[in-house]
Design a protein around this ligand. Sequence first.
Ligand SMILES: [Zn+2]
Length: 322
Amino acid sequence: MSRIAFGIAAAAAIAVAGCAEKKTEPAAGWETLPPDAGVRMYAYAADLAKISPRDAGTPGAGAASRFLAQEIRRIGVKPEADCWTEGTPTGRKTFCNVYATLPGTSGRLVVLGSHYDTKPGIPGFQGANDGASSSAVLLGLLHHLAAAPVRPRDTILFAFFDGEEAAGAAYRDNDGLHGSKRLAATLAERAGGDRPVAAIVADMVGDRDLALDIPRNVTPWLAQTALKASLARRGETPPTSIAATFILDDHVPFLDAGVSAIDLIDFEYGSAPGRHDYWHTPLDTLDKISAESLHRTGALLLAMLDRIDRDEEEVPEGLRAP
Ligand SMILES: [Zn+2]
């Protein structure tokens, strides 16, 4: 993730427009995250943080992708690995995305995305919050949804991205966001299949002191979905607000491909407000994240999926398969 520009000083609030509720279907059950899910997510984060460094193209990344596939299989879902090689400023590298799909019946596809790689060049970096936390939330949600008696109508693609982090100091065309670019291109090029209507990306979502930001460069209807979901489940979900900044993260390749996309991120990660001294440092360790925060993020993502699934949002046509 990179904070690429500062907007106006005051946080901008977008209007939560009065979109009439269209349906009052009974709850399906899957939209509520059980209390023990946070502890399970924390355990996933601990296991993933242990596999460090897991920089793209290194044996650690290979071990991390195998860990993700193993846990997906344990949950009872067939994992898919998509591995490819690309030239980067530090030479040719092999990247592997890991996917798990829960098929639905609506003909629509929602991507839940997280990167699992670590930022290279930081000795002792574990990425407990940056990489492990969001991947752990996705695994926990997969565990919950796969076991639910009734599942979402929309197909949910759980996407674990490799190569989000740039090897250099800043993102460049061939350095960073490799995994999300790969999936966005795959969705754009494929023929047939469910229509991708949203990509919801989470990054740095485990901070003990969690407050999620929505960057300015997201699709407005998804920002509203997140705000409404957070308000409707106040107490269960993290404080969520629109930030004044533009952020370059794994949601951007989806925006570029014409898919509605959002990034949920808590960039305030440090020992004091504004310091960010846990970000991209060896201090990004498990003691800085909590099971409760992981649970809250999971609850918010579920509430968003629920709103989309129930047609409570005006979902645009989105990307059409050729
Ligand atoms: Zn990072």
